[in-house]
Design a protein around this ligand. Structure first.
Ligand code: LRH
Ligand code: MN
Length: 430
């Protein structure tokens, strides 16, 4: 029987923190009420907040230089599901995971569905992978996939995406995320226009296979692994493609896929305006697509993104229904601790954005009272909403302090016994 953290341990550890939590929650409630904010309304929304965990994120990540796997590494999707379930057991904010194929392929999806259900984890968007060649693959994606110059390679990539949809239907997913590495490293290597034609031709074949209640998320990325041109390099190209494909096509914003200092919250505002914001891959970065823990480098940027999301829901923006997912690589921390911390940091930015006095902000913006407007927005960011997040977890049956309980549970030690370490460790992100 594989080890699960006993609910009793969560109860015992919560009991030690309950009095302090109640005191902090009550104090924050008084403070927010002075500003006309009802803490219970924020806590209820925070308790309903959900963000999906990437199955590829529960294993130790690496770089092209090296990967240093830790103890109790997940050996496959069944171990990954256990770890995703542990993240949700303690944070109560990650009810679903986002699988990646063929990394998470199994022979018997019924067994996978039953195991996931037993663990209380669902499946969010499925991710296709035409950025690696699989062993024995007839044709290579070296020079591209959905935008490859050879029709046969484009057909292979289309077939893979259709297979991902079919697997996703079995799992109960409602969306396909398509990120392609297609691009070039030399000026002249590819025709910058024709590659988009081929991409759209391929995507329209995939689009035609989407079930009626599904969406397809197009994920743009500035560069890497291509370093001169990338076919879907920015939000503008992604939006053009989504609008060309049809109403089930949306744009997915991975925070790390932009040039340094790009105003991502404004991109989010534009995609909301176009009714094509499908979702997010949250992470943080300082230089490139660093895939660092969400909120670990620039929590104010994360807050500014959520400020646009709350503004959109406050004005009932048309077609506004974004999906939240994490997409990170954990090279030096326990992936479970990082994913719990990151889920809580996105929930924090969400709660902080809910606190912003939007009416007063709109007034100050109309009056061009710059300092007042900035300080009204900043007041949300500087509010310590930790008691609200802890209360939301507590009311959802989770942990007041997830990382403390995770460490007290010795879950990682138990998994190190259950999961013998793999002989060799490779380099690369997963
Ligand atoms: C590409 C990306 C994409 C995933 C991959 C693991 O950089 O963000 O979302 O498929 O990482
Ligand atoms: Mn991503």
């Amino acid at each position: 029987m594989s080890y699960r953290i006993p609910e009793a341990l969560i109860g015992e550890e919560n009991a030690k923190l309950a009095a302090a939590q109640a005191e902090d929650y009550s104090a924050l409630g008084h403070r927010l009420r002075r500003g006309g904010v009802d803490i219970e309304a924020i806590t209820a929304k925070a308790a309903a907040f959900a963000i999906a965990v990437p199955t590829w994120g529960v294993g130790t990540g690496g770089t092209r230089f090296a990967r240093f796997p830790g103890p109790g590494e997940p050996r496959g999707i069944f171990d990954k599901l256990e770890d995703c379930a542990t993240i949700h057991q303690l944070t109560r904010a990650t009810p679903a995971c986002s699988p990646h194929f063929p990394w998470d392929k199994v022979d018997d999806y019924r067994e996978l569905i039953e195991r996931a259900a037993a663990l209380g984890v669902g499946f969010d968007a499925v991710n296709s992978n035409t950025f690696q060649d699989q062993s024995g693959q007839r044709l290579s994606y070296k020079f591209g996939s959905l935008s490859h110059s050879q029709k046969a390679v484009r057909d292979l990539a289309v077939a893979h995406n259709v297979e991902c949809i079919e697997i996703g239907e079995k799992l109960g997913s409602k969306a396909l995320t398509v990120w392609i590495a297609d691009g070039s490293n030399f000026p002249g290597q590819s025709n910058l226009n024709r590659v988009l034609d081929w991409y759209l031709e391929s995507m329209s074949e995939i689009y035609a296979r989407l079930p009626d209640d599904w969406r397809v998320f197009l994920e743009h990325k500035l560069c890497e692994p291509a370093f001169y041109s990338t076919v879907i390099s920015d939000w503008g190209t992604s939006l053009m493609a989504a609008q060309a494909l049809g109403p089930k096509a949306y744009c997915l914003v991975d925070l790390g896929h932009h040039a340094p200092n790009v105003n991502i919250e404004q991109i989010v505002a534009r995609l909301i305006r176009a009714g094509r914001l499908g979702g997010f891959h949250f992470n943080d970065s300082k230089y490139g697509d660093d895939d660092l823990d969400t909120g670990s480098i620039d929590p104010f940027r994360l807050f500014r993104v959520f400020n646009e999301l709350i503004d959109a829901s406050a004005r009932n923006a048309a077609g506004f229904d974004p999906t939240y997912m994490l997409d990170q690589s954990h090279n030096v921390t326990d992936p479970i601790e990082s994913l719990m911390a990151s889920a809580m940091e996105t929930q924090r930015a969400y709660a902080q954005a809910l606190i912003v006095d939007r009416e007063a902000l709109a007034g100050a913006q109309t009056d061009n009272d710059v300092m007042l407007a900035h300080r009204i927005l900043k007041a949300g960011f500087v509010a310590d909403v930790s008691p609200i997040l802890a209360e939301a977890r507590l009311r959802n049956g989770g942990a007041i302090d997830p990382i403390a309980i995770y460490r007290a549970s010795n879950y990682r030690k138990a998994k190190a016994k259950e999961r013998p370490a793999a002989a060799s460790s490779s380099s690369g992100i997963v």
